[in-house]
Design a protein around this ligand. Structure first.
Ligand SMILES: Nc1ncnc2c1ncn2[C@@H]1O[C@H](COP(=O)(O)OP(=O)(O)O)[C@@H](O)[C@H]1O
Ligand SMILES: [Mg+2]
Length: 262
């Protein structure tokens, strides 16, 4: 399929060390920004960039005040700081990008979400690249709850053109088999039968607040069940152009590892 829309998530692990407060690899952000700017110029209104929270997001969850229904509010500030770093880097390479606060366009509703899509649609309609991230969303009970950036593509699905492709870039080349970093990459997952893949996921690190690969995989299974074609992969922005992400899968560069969930 040729995607009508691309939700591109860049994992915090690619530009920030979760366990180092304030960590931001500005060279990496700039390199990715150039690649994203190329994409946004070639496919105006057809791309959303979603940035992971890295040290900022995970830190805000760890360090929140113990009580109060808005105790997680610092997360909206933290993830905005990351969005803003990306928007500035994108502007430096000529991209018209704008940060959107997820909590101002989306509510949590049980395990799902209620999205107000008008604003996003207008930004896209004007060819502006929206930059989104995880956030804390207001629940029906009137408190805020943390939603990881891995869930954002799923939230956007209701608001963006189809067919949608969701690409999640992270620090591993895909979902690995065998419970360790040297396992082979699982190439293809049928979203209707995810159980055997869940068993391959290892438990989260001490510094992770959102369940690492569990969160990613669960979110992409949900996206795929809603009709999106989803990928988990690693890309080196210094060597790899991103334009292939708009090509049908059969035209992708040879030998590129990825896990496809559809
Ligand atoms: N089976 C698996 N295959 C690959 N990675 C896995 C697997 N199980 C757990 N992981 C962990 O998931 C991590 C990626 O998630 P995360 O650290 O949250 O990255 P990001 O910052 O991109 O969200 C990997 O670095 C790895 O430690
Ligand atoms: Mg993560």
């Amino acid at each position: 399929m040729v995607p009508g829309f691309l939700s591109l998530k860049i994992g915090g692990s690619l530009f920030s060390a979760k366990n180092v407060p304030g960590s931001l690899d500005t060279a990496k952000v700039e390199a990715f920004s150039k690649r994203c700017a190329d994409l946004a110029v070639r496919h105006p209104g057809k791309v959303a960039l979603i940035t992971g929270g890295g040290a900022f997001g995970h830190g805000a969850i760890r360090d929140r005040p113990a009580s109060g229904r808005l105790s997680l509010a610092g997360l909206t500030h933290a993830t905005f700081t990351v969005k803003w770093a990306w928007v500035e880097a994108l502007a430096r390479v000529g991209a018209e990008a704008f940060p959107l606060q997820l909590s101002a366009m989306c509510l949590a509703a049980g395990d799902g979400f209620r999205v107000q899509s008008q604003v996003l649609e207008s930004f896209l309609g004007h060819g502006i690249l929206p930059v989104l991230a995880g956030d804390c969303l207001l629940t029906e009970e009137g408190e805020v709850k943390a939603v990881s950036s891995d869930r954002v593509p799923e939230i956007l699905l209701a608001a963006v053109p189809r067919p949608t492709r969701v690409v999640v870039l992270t620090d591993v080349p895909g979902i690995l088999r065998g419970g360790h970093a040297n396992g082979e990459v699982i190439r293809e997952v049928d979203a209707r039968n995810p159980e055997s893949v869940y068993r391959e996921l290892w438990t989260r690190g001490e510094w992770d607040s959102t369940g690492a690969m569990h969160e990613k995989f669960g979110a992409l299974v949900a996206c795929a069940l809603l009709g999106a074609e989803c990928f988990i992969m690693r890309i080196d922005p210094y060597v790899q152009d991103l334009d292939f992400l708009f090509a049908p899968l059969e035209d992708w560069p040879d030998g590129l590892p990825y896990t496809r969930i559809a």
